[in-house]
Design a binder for this molecule. Structure first.
Ligand SMILES: [Fe+2]
Length: 356
């Protein structure tokens, strides 16, 4: 019986080689010569696991303040570019990550784009993100959303440099060919909108305005303060109900639907109790982590990454991994394409030996 060509290449006989050459100018190609290259039995990501240590990057990030203004750069960002995807402006197959710096007195002007973005604040106080002119004051550990095609700008009215993690779905939007970008009124700053914290007042108290009609599929909340999210984790720890694979892992949700905060980016904050090593977990989702508090290590396939506050690492899809926090509690923020995959009916996970 001859081998089947799904996972292995059929023999290239001289007749076949000649045929392949003959048909090449016709812009056709034999599928059986390609099947085994992409129809893998299980997912094989192009991205490899990687960790970016903040202490190594920070001096260079600060140097960019003298190198280019926020205005000239549009956004002064150092891409967390996965070496296995060099030149592709991506941290993982489906996700972009970067560290953005805004200096005191600077403004990053109003624009919008079809990629969805999150900001997770890493360092500094005094900056804000404005959505349609409504400002969200940014504090370390806050999550701020700038969903697809929503006007946004940033500013720093404090006295310290401010750094945040930018997480975007750029590789996905690029693959779909749905990239649009705009400058507000050709380059103006969006006029002031609703008062600060208005979005939290409307939707952040487990309530919503009567007869609210959703605008878009993203969360109407665009600011999730760290003190609120952290308090939930700390209080939940008292229950001692820890997920074997995740410790205590809370998903940021769209309060209007219970769905992920944005269609293409799903965000989480998790507490790993001190000394609590998680069990092996494997999912088709790609995860990018930002360490907020604590130290420990994460084992991803053959890689072992030791981490501390402000470090970032990527867990590409379908790689077995687990976390080992040191003796103190650790808090990790993460974002993922899990929500996108679930909408497409593609998300799979394996806990221990059980695949779902
Ligand atoms: Fe932007």
């Amino acid at each position: 019986m001859s081998e089947r060509g799904l996972h292995s290449r059929p023999e290239v006989t001289p007749e076949r080689a000649e045929f392949y050459e003959k048909i090449d100018p016709l812009a056709v190609a034999p599928l059986w010569e390609r099947l085994f290259t992409f129809m893998s039995k299980e997912p094989k990501m192009r991205a490899a696991p990687y960790l970016w240590r903040y202490s190594a990057i920070r001096p260079s990030l600060m140097e960019t303040a003298d190198l280019i203004t926020a205005e000239e750069a549009e956004r002064r960002v150092l891409i967390l570019e996965n070496p296995s995807l060099k030149g592709e402006t991506a941290a993982a197959d489906s996700l972009f990550a970067g560290l953005q710096l805004i200096m005191p007195g600077e403004v990053a002007g109003t624009h919008r784009h079809s990629p969805s973005a999150l900001r997770f604040i890493i360092e500094g106080d005094g900056a804000y993100t404005a959505i349609n002119g409504e400002k969200a004051p940014m504090k370390v550990g806050d999550l701020i959303l700038t969903p697809s095609m929503v006007w946004h700008d940033h500013g720093n009215v404090g006295s310290d440099p401010v750094v945040w993690l930018d997480g975007l779905d750029i590789p996905l939007i690029r693959a779909l060919g749905t990239m649009f970008t705009d400058l507000y009124n050709g380059g103006e700053l969006h006029p002031e909108g609703r008062p600060d914290y208005d979005n939290i007042a409307r939707f952040g108290a487990n309530m919503r305005p009567m007869n609210y009609q959703a605008e878009g599929s993203h969360s109407p909340v665009f600011h999730y303060p760290y003190d609120v999210s952290k308090k939930a984790l700390i209080n939940l720890k008292k229950s001692k109900e820890f997920d074997p694979c995740h410790g205590i892992k809370l998903q940021y949700i769209n309060p209007n639907t219970g769905e992920p905060v944005m269609v293409t980016i799903d965000c989480y904050l998790q507490l790993l109790p001190g000394g609590f090593s998680t069990q092996d977990y494997q999912s088709t989702g790609t995860w990018i982590y930002s360490v907020v508090e604590g130290t420990g290590k994460t084992v991803i396939g053959d890689s072992i990454f030791e981490w501390g506050p402000k470090d970032h690492f990527v867990v590409p899809g379908w790689l077995l991994h687990h976390h080992e926090p040191d003796s103190d509690d650790a808090i990790l923020f993460s974002f993922s394409d899990k929500g996108t995959q679930e909408k497409l009916g593609l998300y799979r996970e394996r806990r221990g030996n059980v695949t779902h």
